[in-house]
Ligand binder design. Structure first.
Ligand SMILES: Nc1ncnc2c1ncn2[C@@H]1O[C@H](COP(=O)(O)OP(=O)(O)OP(=O)(O)O)[C@@H](O)[C@H]1O
Length: 296
């Protein structure tokens, strides 16, 4: 394993810096969650003796740097810590130790565009844009782009309650991307779309990246990750296991999860350790005056 020191003398290229960030949750130790977990996983759970509480080490000292123009896929098995990492990036929660920096406030898709069931698709677009802080004129300017991206032109007059969950997700996604965020976080939202929607989405994500932003995409769909991302982070058991080329990382991940699924624990462990050996550890080393804002 090699160590890379990151100096931010090219400060304007940075988008996100995660510096040895860890996150520990406190939960009631009688919870189902604790009783069900066993083996390797149980190392992440510790009962606080006599208190009725336990700690869950959701993330363990993660460090990585993302620059503008990157589209970063985030993969990992259930409960590995992906959503926790995204919440750290948006500043919704603060790391227990370590730090997370962002050059602008990351926008999490879905949070910023709540849909109203009794209103039509058209009304939801207008309301969603205004709720995200766009002016009435900006809303009018973005309207056509949103309709085009959602692929829901024929259904715009219908109330949202008549939409399928896939249609609603597409509309929500299209509205959320209207704000041209500098840093966009998408957590699973693309899994419902069909091939055409994915292709339009890729185009829109490319536009966001070209506007000097960056995109984080959390997904269990390796196809989506390969198609959309320029780099992939694999988070496993709260640790950063791989960070690199989408094809290579998703290949390792597929091998690991296939072994896991068929009960070949030894082979899974070998794949895990082999992947880990390729990870360059990152040490964040700021040039004075170039440190971006703390997320949250
Ligand atoms: N608010 C919370 N309180 C206690 N434990 C939590 C909380 N949120 C997450 N956890 C625990 O932290 C660990 C990481 O959870 P997280 O939701 O980040 O995983 P994930 O990779 O997003 O999972 P999934 O793929 O299933 O969505 C899990 O063990 C989870 O049970």
């Amino acid at each position: 394993m090699t160590s890379t020191a990151v100096a931010s003398d090219s400060g304007e290229d940075l988008a996100v810096v995660v510096d040895q960030a860890s996150m520990t949750y406190r939960i009631r130790s009688s919870s189902e969650h604790l009783r069900e977990d066993s083996g390797r996983w149980s190392r992440r759970f510790k009962r606080v003796t006599g208190s009725g509480w336990a700690t869950v080490h959701a993330l363990d000292s993660l460090s990585f740097v993302v620059t503008r123009g990157e589209s970063v896929g985030v993969i990992g098995t259930n409960g590995s810590g992906k959503s926790t990492l995204m919440k750290l990036l948006t500043g919704k929660i603060r790391p227990t130790t370590g730090e997370v920096y962002a050059t602008s406030t990351p926008v999490m898709l879905g949070v910023n565009a709540a849909l109203v069931k009794d209103l039509s698709g058209r009304e939801n677009i207008r309301l969603g844009c205004l709720a995200m802080g766009l002016s009435p004129q900006q809303t009018t300017e973005k309207f056509e782009m949103i309709v085009e991206l959602s692929g829901l032109r024929e259904s715009l007059h219908l109330p949202l309650k008549s939409y399928s969950s896939g249609m609603a997700s597409r509309l929500q996604f299209a509205i959320a991307t209207a704000v041209d965020p500098d840093i966009l976080i998408i957590d699973e939202a693309l899994n419902t779309g069909d091939a055409q929607f994915r292709s339009r989405t890729k185009k829109r994500l490319d536009e966001v990246r070209e506007q000097a932003g960056c995109v984080f995409l959390v997904s269990h769909s390796l196809g989506t990750i390969r198609q959309m991302c320029t780099r992939v982070l694999w988070i496993e058991q709260g640790q950063l296991l791989a960070d690199g080329d989408p094809d290579w990382v998703t290949d390792q991940y597929r091998e690991y999860t296939e072994h896991q699924a068929t009960g070949r624990r030894r082979s899974a462990e070998i794949a895990y350790q082999r992947t880990r050996m390729h990870l360059d550890s990152v040490q964040v080393d700021w040039v004075p005056g170039t440190r971006p804002t703390r997320a949250g």
